[in-house]
Design a protein around this ligand. Structure first.
Ligand SMILES: CC(C)(COP(=O)(O)OP(=O)(O)OC[C@H]1O[C@@H](n2cnc3c(N)ncnc32)[C@H](O)[C@@H]1OP(=O)(O)O)[C@@H](O)C(=O)NCCC(=O)NCCS
Length: 242
């Protein structure tokens, strides 16, 4: 399906709130005040996708954070300042934080999410940021939580033994998992609050240590630095700064 990604405008707000209700029926939707705040604070980071007929098909919302200023296992509320983006920090942050991406359920699987992810990556590249990070809600975990620990679930997904509606999509977009956290979203029965922390590292600005990994179980599934790919061994070091 053809879709067009463009900067969000104030006139999109009512449709975004309606979209949010369709995508997350059990969660409070974004408020108009939050969405306006995002536009005032970081207009470039807010994007919408529309069909050729002009219908709102999806949206994404991002801000820049200095990652080291947060507890790495913090919640979505921490990284978005309660959804306002008042913590947006373009002067010292090097991480584009993906706070939201959602696609209308009637057009999921038609390439809209991929188009929004491409636009987000282009933004990170244009701004010369080190990486994109986000929490990937484990949308399929709730259904199997009695059989598997969240870690085993994630290891199944990263090794392609299982498909998660959200995380598998993000892995196919070049992201990798660097940790698994609980309590990430408050109103999300599908994930039972579990999320994988994911990142895409910008090869144009990254150094080898920026490809580090938090947990040894994930090492085989991490993106490798260019030096690693040429056979110089696994990257060392923890998360890069910024
Ligand atoms: C996760 C989400 C954003 C993905 O968006 P989407 O528009 O469905 O994604 P796409 O259509 O671009 O890609 C989905 C898959 O469909 C495939 N696809 C792309 N175009 C397609 C088409 N024309 N026909 C069929 N499949 C297609 C893609 O190849 C992709 O498969 P892959 O992941 O194996 O590569 C969307 O499902 C969503 O909004 N989910 C609910 C909200 C959510 O969980 N957001 C994430 C918060 S962390």
């Amino acid at each position: 399906m053809q879709c067009f990604v463009s900067p969000m405008q104030p006139s999109d707000i009512d449709e975004i709130i309606a979209l949010c209700r369709r995508v997350y029926p059990s969660s409070p939707p974004w408020t108009a005040a939050q969405l306006l705040s995002h536009l005032e604070i970081f207009a470039e980071g807010q994007q919408v996708a529309r069909t050729a007929e002009g219908a709102l098909a999806g949206m994404s919302a991002s801000l820049i954070v200095r990652w080291d200023a947060y507890d790495a296992l913090g919640t979505w509320r921490d990284f978005t300042s309660g959804g306002t983006f008042r913590n947006h920090d373009p002067s010292s942050g090097r991480t584009l934080y993906g706070a939201e991406i959602m696609v209308d359920p009637t057009v999921q699987g038609s390439g809209v999410g991929s188009a929004l992810y491409r636009a987000r990556r282009e933004l990170a590249e244009t701004l010369g940021l080190l990486r994109i990070r986000a929490g990937a809600r484990l949308a399929g975990y709730g259904a199997v939580h009695e059989q598997l620990t969240p870690w085993d679930y994630v290891l199944d997904v990263v090794s392609d033994r299982r498909r998660d509606p959200t995380l598998s999509f993000q892995l196919s977009r070049g992201f990798h998992v660097f940790d698994v956290v609980h309590g990430y979203l408050e109103h999300d029965p599908a994930s039972r609050g579990w999320a994988a922390l994911i990142q895409w590292v910008n090869p144009a600005v990254a150094t080898q240590s920026d490809y580090g990994v938090a947990d040894p179980r994930l090492v085989p599934f991490m993106a490798r630095s260019p030096a690693c790919l040429s056979g110089e061994g696994l990257p060392s070091g923890a998360d890069g700064t910024g």
